[in-house]
Design a protein around this ligand. Structure first.
Ligand code: MN
Length: 207
């Protein structure tokens, strides 16, 4: 139970579409459980650890800081990545296609063409070991987009790189719809990716 001010804690963001809007690529049941149960679980987990830290400081109690911070990183990472994921998806019929604007230019410059980028990103997504994410990120030192594979929610993230787009490859993201056929889920993703949202993130970054 959270007992102190609410705005010091994380909250589950509302989806920018309805639960059935990603069908047939992601079912209503799959999306609902992913958002309401899994994402909520990371929000609750992060808040519980923050509260535990706060209480320990207040009471002068020592915690196992190493394991506490590891769990905190896992849960905050899960919350932040899911918060990036939902808006980089678009309702069926409104997403997909190819990126345009500064994002389209950056992808073409780095990867040669969109097809090459899509292939590399799909390969990154399909080959994530166990539970993790594929992400398109951007390095502000070199102005280059970089694909990352993130293990779990918090391992292999490049410090300071801004994440533009993520794809959740935890089984909880696709198992109800696709069972073990992760590659089919990755193929489906390209039909509902929201390039406008991803492009806006890059434009914000370059302001
Ligand atoms: Mn997830």
């Amino acid at each position: 139970m959270i007992t102190v001010e609410k705005d010091k804690f994380y909250a589950l963001p509302k989806l920018p579409y309805n639960y059935k809007d990603l069908e047939p690529y992601v079912s209503e049941e799959q999306l609902r459980i992913h958002h309401e149960k899994h994402h909520q679980g990371y929000v609750n987990g992060a808040n519980a650890i923050l509260e535990k830290l706060e209480n320990a400081r207040k009471d002068g109690v020592d915690l196992d800081i190493k394991s506490t911070l590891k769990a905190l990183s896992f849960n905050i990472g899960g919350h932040i990545l899911h918060s990036l994921f939902w808006p980089n998806l678009a309702p069926s019929g409104k997403g997909g296609g190819e990126p345009h604007g500064v994002l389209g230019n950056a992808i073409e410059k780095e990867f040669g063409n969109f097809e090459r980028f899509r292939k590399e990103f799909s390969q990154a997504a399909v080959s994530v070991e166990g539970s993790g994410w594929a992400a398109l990120s951007f390095c502000r030192q070199t102005n280059r987009p970089i694909i990352m594979q993130i293990e779990k929610h918090n391992t292999n993230i490049y410090p300071t790189f801004r994440i533009l787009m993520v794809l959740d490859l935890w089984e909880h993201a696709y198992y109800l719809d696709y069972k073990n056929a992760r590659a089919k889920f990755v193929d489906a993703f390209w039909n509902i990716v929201n390039w406008d949202a991803v492009n806006n993130r890059l434009e914000e970054l370059r302001k």
